[in-house]
Design a protein around this ligand. Structure first.
Ligand SMILES: [Zn+2]
Ligand SMILES: [Zn+2]
Length: 364
């Protein structure tokens, strides 16, 4: 017989994890609404060519997996106010989630005007150090030069330290854009560090690159990245359209919440369990549970006939506030026993009025 497991690189998000995921989604919805953003839900798959075009470095094989992320994009404005706004959405989001030690890392990688000159300067510098750098960087110097600046190999770190900085080669328009973004950040008192290692490998990225950093597991690390991509629409065959945005991995945020012991709000759980003594009482229990749900009371009824004691244990486990008990005596008299699970006195209530009574008790 075949054994079925989740496809490689995917996983199930189990009930105990759901409060985290729902909370992140809920904060994402409320934060973006605060800024007046509207939602697009794209299809779960797209033509691979949309993502592979323009990539110089081959995507790593065998790393297909399902990603849970949301993106925030401000399309149409080349103004640094848009960069600041998108960065503020990210900031507010992580702040509302409760992550501590938030800060921005920012950089500007220029545009079509000024980047070619910077790339020449960078390549000349790297050629001087060609014997010292790693094999990846040796290749990248020609194929994807900006990416040498975010190489993680130890031998390249001193070379990166001494490398020319993108922000020293900006044209006037790019320099002014970056200066105005920094003014906005300073005005809002957002801590930021200019980081020459923040670069993008694709040509359509322009000017601002940023990351949000937070304290996770006692160290500062990036929780999201974003930036400006004014040339993307053209690369995809559209008319020139400015854009700036960021991507946030939901699993990344959930991991950070767990690391920082941030408790998400609990999800709604059953309020009432309807227990029954005998098989004959079961249809009455099922019907009573339906009446409770019609009155918006979250009710469960044990589906397999077990002892009353086992059913009350289940009520304990589910954390319900009341167990409604249908014994043989109650069935005969068309009544129900209402038992508070916190140990209060139980009462016997008429079957016809029990739903109203439970609603009242739950409200009090
Ligand atoms: Zn390297
Ligand atoms: Zn420029």
């Amino acid at each position: 017989m075949a054994e079925y497991t989740a496809p490689r690189g995917t996983y199930d998000i189990m009930p105990d994890d759901q409060p985290y995921w729902r909370h992140v989604a809920s904060v994402a919805h409320s934060t973006t609404a605060l800024f007046g953003y509207r939602q697009i839900e794209p299809p779960i798959f797209e033509a691979a060519s949309l993502f592979t075009r323009g990539i110089r470095e081959r995507p790593q094989a065998g790393r297909f997996r399902q990603l849970f992320q949301f993106n925030v994009e401000a399309i149409g404005s080349p103004d640094p106010a848009a960069d600041f706004e998108v960065m503020s959405v990210a900031w507010n989001l992580y702040e509302t989630i409760g992550l501590k030690g938030l800060s921005f890392q920012i950089n500007s990688i220029g545009d079509r005007q000024c980047r070619p000159q910077f790339v020449k300067t960078l390549q000349a510098y790297y050629r001087e150090h060609f014997d010292t750098i790693c094999d990846d960087c040796k290749r990248r110097v020609d194929t994807n030069p900006l990416r040498v600046l975010d190489c993680k190999n130890a031998q390249c770190q001193p070379i990166i330290e001494g490398a020319p900085r993108t922000i020293d080669s900006l044209c006037e328009a790019c320099a002014s854009h970056f200066a105005r973004l920094r003014q906005y950040l300073e005005q809002a008192q957002r801590p930021y560090t200019v980081n020459n290692r923040l670069v993008r490998g694709l040509d359509y990225y322009t000017r601002t690159v940023f990351e949000v950093w937070a304290n996770t597991l006692g160290a500062q690390s990036a929780v999201c990245g974003g930036g400006r991509y004014d040339d993307l629409a053209e690369v995809l065959g559209g008319k020139p359209t400015a854009g700036v945005g960021f991507a946030a991995g939901v699993d990344r945020i959930v991991m950070a919440m767990r690391a920082e012991e941030i408790e998400p709000p609990a999800l709604p759980s059953p309020q009432v369990l309807v227990a029954y003594q005998s098989e004959a009482a079961k249809p009455v229990a099922v019907q009573l549970a339906m009446r409770l749900r019609q009155a918006a009371v979250r009710a469960v009824v044990p589906l397999d006939s077990r002892s009353l004691k086992a059913q009350l244990k289940q009520a304990d486990r589910e954390g319900v506030r009341f167990a409604l008990i249908l014994g043989d005596e109650e069935i005969a008299g068309r009544t129900v026993v209402v038992k508070p699970m916190d140990g209060g006195d139980q009462t016997t209530v008429e079957m016809d009025t029990v739903v109203g009574r439970v609603v009242g008790l739950l409200g009090s």
